[in-house]
Design a protein around this ligand. Structure first.
Ligand SMILES: [Zn+2]
Length: 202
């Protein structure tokens, strides 16, 4: 079993413990340097508190099950992973959360949310100061993956912090490796939590 699969499984279990993947929800993927034509994506319906390295399946870049997994149906959201890998070809890991604060904050903003003045903003690649403004786009939830695809292509330049928010759903973040993807997701989740607390908890 590849180290990355084991590390991904450990990350998934840790994120479940944070409450980011309740009731078997969310999905995660990675690309293995041994074969970059394969996307390894978490299988649907698995309790993330018990997620194992063996619980990934292989799909191709169109999201179709492949490489021995043809009989298993992947999550519909697998196509979001495919689009991210197409738009950001250096990325090798995609993480997704169904966190409560992303859902709550998404109800308070329109097409994006901006953060300024937080030290942790430097967790986003290329950010060197808390004084900059970081804006993360928000898309309405949809079951139509074509809608997501067109939205992401239209707003590609706004995805420069390697993450976005789906309203009433959760967050996606990615990186060139697991360490970077985790940093992006955890930075965004932290910012969403403190911003919600600032606005709504008196
Ligand atoms: Zn989801």
């Amino acid at each position: 079993m590849a180290d990355i699969a084991l590390e991904m499984a450990e990350t998934i279990r840790a994120y479940h413990a944070k409450g980011w993947s309740p009731a078997t929800s969310t999905n995660y993927s990675y690309r293995d340097s041994a074969n970059d034509k394969i996307i390894n994506v978490s299988r649907s319906g698995i309790d993330k508190s018990f997620f194992r390295a063996e619980d990934f399946m292989c799909v191709d870049f169109e999201g179709k099950p492949a490489f021995g997994y043809e009989s298993i149906r992947p999550s519909a959201e697998t196509l979001i992973h495919c689009i991210i890998y197409q738009l950001f070809p250096s990325s090798t890991v995609i993480l997704h959360s169904h966190s409560k604060y992303s859902v709550l904050m998404s109800q308070l903003v329109d097409k994006s949310i901006s953060f300024k003045g937080y030290e942790i903003q430097k967790g986003f690649k290329g950010q060197t100061t808390h004084e900059a403004t970081v804006t993360v786009p928000v898309i309405n939830n949809s079951q139509d993956m074509i809608v997501f695809s067109e939205w992401m292509k239209a707003r590609e330049t706004e995805l420069n912090h390697h993450c976005f928010i789906i309203r009433n759903h959760g967050t996606y973040a990615w990186g060139d490796n697991l360490f970077e993807a985790k940093r992006h997701l955890e930075t965004l989740e932290y910012l969403l939590e403190v911003e919600f607390m600032k606005r709504c908890v008196k």
